[in-house]
Design a protein around this ligand. Structure first.
Ligand code: G3I
Length: 382
C-alpha cells in the first residue's frame, strides 16, 4: 500500500485546494478592484473632479441632521470638495450658554469632510442672527466692555477648537446696510464691543481675534447683496482696501448670490465682473459663498433659465483665479432654506428633491469640463 505515497497525495490534494483558494481570492480581489474602479466616477463626471483641474473648490452648505440620509451623504461626498455648516457653527447653536460650547453637530460635519477629503469653511463668528438668548435677552443691559470680552472669548474658543481643520472662516457676516452704512447690531452699536460709530473697527477687531486664534486660517467678510457694483459693495470694497493698506488680517470677501432667475442680465454680469476684479486687484480672494437661484416653479423653461444663471456665475468665477471657491447654499431642493422664508419660491439648487441632477448641474459640469486646466492657482499675497 503506497503508504509513503498517501501523505504525498494528500499533500498534493491540499496544495491543489490551497492553490484553488488562492486563485479564487485573487480573482475576487481583481473583480472587486475592477468594480470599485467602475463605481469611482471619472473626474469629469463630478463637480469636484471637473473643478479640481481648474484649481477651484466646489462647495455647499451642509446640515449635520441630513448626513444620515444615504443619498444626501453620498452625493455630498461625491460631488463637492468643500462643505460649510449651514447653521451648526453659528453663535446660538455652538455657544448656547455663557460657559457652554456645543461642538457635536459641527464636529460631525468636520469629521464627514475629513473622511471624504473635503475642505471645511467655517460660518460664522459675528452675525446678528441666530444668537442665543443669553446674548439677546439679558436681564441687565450689556456694557461694551463685557460684550467685548464675550466676543473675544467666543472667537478664541471656536476658532481654536477648529484650528487646522477649518481652512477659512466667515468671520463677520453681513455687516453693511444696502446704503453702505454699518448695520445697527448688538456687536456694532447696540451696544457694540466698544467701537460704536467707528466704522469698520468692530470688523477689524473680530478679524484680529480670529487671526490670533488660527494664523493659518483664511479670513473672510461675507456679504449679501454686494455682488454687483452698488453702495453696499462700494462700502465692502472701501473696507477691504483700507484693511489691505493697514495690514488687517483679511484674506478675502465672500459674495453670497441669493438670486432669482433674472440675475444674469448682461449689465449685472458686467458689473459683477468689475466688482470681482477690483477686489482681486487688492490681492484678496473672492469666494462665491451661498449661490442659489430661486424659482416660482420648476417648469422646463424656468429650469433652463436657472441653468443659464448657474453657468454664467460659474463662468465669471472661472475667469478670475482669485475666485477660489464656488459654493451653493445647499445642493438639493429637498433641503433648501428658501421655501420656509419665501413661500411660492424654491427649486433653487443643482439637484432636485430626489437627488436627480437638474439642468443647472449639467450646465455647471459642462462649463467646468470645457474650462479645465486653463486657470492658474491663486497665490495669496496675504
Ligand atoms: O434648530 C432649531 C430648532 O431646534 C427649533 O425647533 C427650530 C424652530 O425654532 O429652529 C431651529 O433653528 C433654525 C435653524 O435655521 C436650523 O433649522 C432657526 O430657527 C432658523 O432661523 C435658521 O435659519 C437659518 C438662517 O440662516 C438663520 O440662521 C437657515 O437655515 C440658513 O439657511 C440661513 O442661512 C443664511 C446664512 O447663514 C447667511 N446668509 C444668508 C443665509 C440665508 O438666510
Amino acid at each position: 500500500m503506497g503508504f509513503a505515497v498517501q501523505p504525498a497525495r494528500r499533500i498534493n490534494a491540499r496544495m491543489r485546494l490551497s492553490l484553488c483558494a488562492l486563485v479564487c481570492v485573487l480573482i475576487s480581489l481583481i473583480a472587486g478592484a475592477a468594480d470599485a474602479a467602475a463605481q469611482k466616477p471619472d473626474a469629469t463626471e463630478t463637480l469636484r473632479g471637473a473643478a479640481q483641474k481648474s484649481n477651484l473648490l466646489m462647495g455647499t452648505a451642509a446640515g449635520a441632521d441630513s448626513l444620515s440620509e444615504p443619498l444626501y451623504s453620498s452625493t455630498l461626498a461625491a460631488q463637492y470638495s468643500q462643505l460649510e455648516p449651514e447653521n451648526e457653527m453659528k453663535f446660538g447653536p455652538i455657544h448656547p450658554e455663557p460657559t457652554t460650547y456645543d461642538y457635536a453637530a459641527a464636529d460631525a460635519l468636520v469629521a464627514f469632510a475629513q473622511a471624504h477629503a473635503m475642505r471645511v469653511r467655517g460660518h460664522n463668528l459675528v452675525w446678528q442672527e441666530q444668537l442665543p438668548g443669553w446674548i439677546t435677552h439679558r436681564l441687565l443691559p450689556w456694557t461694551p466692555a463685557d460684550l467685548n470680552r464675550v466676543l473675544a472669548s467666543h472667537i478664541a474658543n471656536v476658532v481654536g477648537h477648529y484650528k487646522g481643520r477649518v481652512y477659512a472662516w466667515d468671520v463677520v457676516n453681513e455687516p453693511f446696510n444696502d446704503d453702505g452704512t454699518m448695520r445697527s447690531t448688538v456687536w456694532y452699536n447696540s451696544p457694540g464691543i466698544g467701537f460704536a460709530g467707528q466704522g469698520t473697527r468692530t470688523i477689524e477687531q473680530a478679524l484680529r481675534w480670529a487671526h490670533a486664534a488660527d494664523p493659518t486660517a483664511r479670513l473672510f467678510v461675507n456679504e449679501i447683496g454686494a455682488e454687483v457694483l452698488n453702495r453696499k459693495s462700494n462700502a465692502v470694497y472701501a473696507m477691504a482696501k483700507d484693511f489691505v493698506k493697514r495690514g488687517v488680517p483679511l484674506s478675502g470677501i465672500g459674495l453670497e448670490f441669493h438670486v432669482g432667475p433674472g440675475f444674469d442680465q448682461l449689465d449685472n454680469l458686467d458689473s459683477l465682473n468689475r466688482n470681482v476684479r477690483r477686489l482681486a486687484a487688492l490681492g484678496l480672494e473672492v469666494q462665491f459663498t451661498e449661490v442659489d437661484v430661486r424659482l416660482p416653479n420648476n417648469n422646463a423653461a424656468n429650469l433652463s433659465v436657472q441653468a443659464q444663471n448657474y453657468k454664467d456665475l460659474l463662468n465669471i468665477c472661472l475667469q478670475q483665479p482669485a475666485c477660489t471657491a464656488f459654493q451653493t447654499w445647499g445642493f438639493t431642493d429637498k433641503h433648501s432654506w428658501i421655501p420656509a422664508i419665501d413661500h411660492g419660491h424654491g427649486w433653487a439648487l443643482p439637484f432636485d428633491q430626489n437627488y436627480r441632477k437638474k439642468p443647472a448641474y449639467l450646465a455647471m459640469l459642462k462649463k467646468l469640463n470645457s474650462h479645465s486646466g486653463t486657470r492658474v492657482r491663486f497665490q495669496s499675497s496675504r
